[in-house]
Every structure is written in C-alpha cells, then in structure tokens.
Design a protein around this ligand. Structure first.
Ligand code: B12
Length: 258
C-alpha cells in the first residue's frame, strides 16, 4: 500500500521532468545545524526530495550564461515544488508544504546571516537515498553526480525512507579542491564559507557594504562618479536578481556521474 503510494507520487514527479525522486521518513532527517522540522511543520512525517541535474551552462566561463541557466533551474525547481505539493493535497488528500530551494534565507545572526538555512536539502537528499557527501561537501548522486540541485516537499503522509546509498561515491580526485579559486575547500570536511562567498559572489552583501561605506565618506563629486561606475551597476543587478554566483567550479569539474 505504502509502496504503491510512493510509486504514484514518484511517477507524478518524474513526469514533471525532474531527474530523480527520493523519500525520507522525517525521523531519518538528521541535520544538526538547521532548525528542527517541528518548527517548520509539526505534523511532517515524510520528506519528498527531487533531484535536478544542471545542464552545461554551469561549465561556461561566461558567468552571465552560467547564472541565467541557474536561475532557470531554480524557477523550475520552485514550480515542481508547488505542483507536487498541490498534487499531494488534491489527489492524495494529505497536507504538503514546500521549502525554499535557496532563498528567502534567515539573515539573523543566529543563522549566521543567511548561511544556515531553515531546511537543509543536502541532509534531506542523503536521508532519501539520493546520494552521499563528496570532498567538496556537496551531495553526489549515484548517476547524476555532484552537478545536481535538490528541492524538498514536506508532507504529513507517512512513508518509509528509500534505501540509503551504500559505499562512497567520491573518488577523491581532489579536482574540486584544486579548482577552487577561493581556496575554500582546503580543509577536509568543511567549506570555508567566507572564502567561497568572496570568490563566488563578488557582488554580494560584503561588496555592497564596502561600496556604501566608501560612498558615505566620499565628496559629492566622487559620489556622482560612483553611481555611474560599472561596480555600482553590478551591485544593482545582483540586488534585484538575487544571489549572483560567479563560480560553479567545485560543482562543474566533479567527474563523478559525467
Ligand atoms: C547557505 C548555502 C551556501 C553557502 C554556505 C555553504 C555551506 N557549506 O553550507 C555558500 C554561499 C558558501 C554556498 C556555496 C555553494 N552552494 Co550552497 N547552499 C546554501 C544553502 C542555502 C543552505 C546550506 C545550509 O543551511 N548549510 C548549513 C548546514 C546544514 O551545513 P554546513 O554548514 O555545510 O554543515 C554541515 C555539512 O558541512 C556537513 N558535511 C559536509 N561534509 C561532510 C562530510 C561528511 C562525511 C559528513 C558526515 C558531513 C559533512 O556537516 C555539517 C553538519 O551537518 C543550501 C540550500 C539548502 N537550503 O539546503 C545551498 C546548497 C547547499 N548549495 C548548493 C550549491 C550547488 C552551492 C555552490 C556550488 C554554489 C553554486 N554556484 O551553485 C557552492 C558550493 C560550495 C561548497 N562546495 O560547499 C546546493 C548543493 C547541491 C549538492 N549537490 O549538494 C544546495 C543544496 C542548493 C540546492 N537547493 O540544491 N552555499
């Protein structure tokens, strides 16, 4: 009965065009740093995780091409989340709740100003049998590799977890470490987040604060020049399109599953 329900939900999600789907019992979600599931959805019993292989835009050296591909992938992910949650409520008569693929983030100091999400998709994906950790601290999917994004729908339907991926998928080639221009992966088992962000989001919050700090200390003439500078244009664009990644290397050079 439960396997038939899983099959029905899996087929619906695969028909949306996602690459893979996994199920995890809420009790198997073990993410020590993010808030307890209860604080999001107290009745949550199952996590339905969808995997999306990123197309080759992430290999481009042109970061606008890479980023526009990412934005398209994220839009598709949010749409799949919505469609699956409505399917669960309409056809299966259960409660369902989407979780953000990336943002909005909790930007308070307790959540390290947006670095600790309300919900961790990597931990959910591992619990749902969709992969395990690689040297880059990303989750590697057995066939799709590391170049994969995840989104999750929570539901009060009670379903058992899929089988865990057994055996390591990372081949320890260290290409992710060697290609990380921010030097953020030098220490095994953790990403140095500030180093990653300084390189991968050069027009993020840090650059924004530095720009405005310089601005207030500048003369009226200098301020006029600053407002017309390419630097300001890039900050302006980043603030209306959301996070703007300028690096996909750890993700795109990983040879597993290519
Ligand atoms: C904040 C964030 C960032 C921050 C911080 C990253 C980080 N390490 O947490 C920054 C801006 C640096 C970042 C960068 C990137 N991110 Co990011 N990011 C997120 C976000 C929004 C939240 C992550 C979070 O809450 N972290 C806090 C806690 C849970 O994790 P943590 O601090 O890393 O600590 C745990 C892990 O380190 C873990 N761990 C790590 N290695 C190992 C190894 C073993 C053996 C074990 C047991 C545990 C373990 O143990 C810690 C405790 O549980 C998620 C989306 C989401 N909501 O899940 C995407 C997400 C993690 N990012 C993603 C991606 C793709 C990227 C980038 C490639 C950027 C890009 N261009 O797309 C880089 C990769 C950097 C890297 N190699 O680590 C994907 C990862 C997909 C995947 N295949 O795993 C996610 C899941 C987005 C998505 N919806 O798919 N990201």
């Amino acid at each position: 009965m439960k396997e038939a329900m899983k099959r029905k939900i899996r087929e619906f999600a695969l028909d949306l065009g996602v690459d893979d789907v996994g199920f995890a019992a809420a009790s198997d979600y073990d993410s020590p740093l993010t808030p307890a599931l209860d604080s999001i959805f107290p009745q949550a019993k199952t996590l339905i995780v969808m995997a999306y292989r990123e197309a080759s835009h992430c290999e481009s050296e042109n970061m606008r091409i890479a980023m526009s591909g990412r934005m398209g992938t994220m839009e598709f992910m949010e749409s799949c989340n919505y469609r699956l949650s409505r399917y669960l409520e309409r056809e299966c008569k259960v409660k369902a709740m989407t979780t953000p693929a990336s943002y909005p983030a909790n930007v308070s100091p307790e959540a390290k100003f947006g670095l600790i999400a309300d919900f961790s998709h990597r931990h959910a994906a591992i619990a749902a049998g969709l992969g395990n950790w690689g040297r880059h601290n990303l989750v590697i999917h057995p066939t799709l590799g590391a170049r994969v994004l995840f989104s999750t729908v929570l539901s009060d339907i009670e379903l058992p977890s899929d089988a865990q991926v057994s055996g390591e998928l990372c081949n320890h080639c260290d290409l992710c470490v060697k290609n990380c221009q921010g030097g953020a992966l030098d220490a095994e088992g953790k990403t140095e987040q500030m180093k990653c962000m300084a390189h991968s989001q050069p027009y993020g919050i840090g650059a924004n604060i530095r720009f405005w700090t310089r601005f207030v200390d500048s003369t009226a003439e200098e301020q006029k020049k600053m407002m017309r500078s390419p630097e300001y244009m890039r900050l302006y664009q980043a603030s209306f399109i959301g996070y703007q990644y300028h690096c996909f290397k750890c993700y795109s050079v990983c040879p597993v599953g290519q």
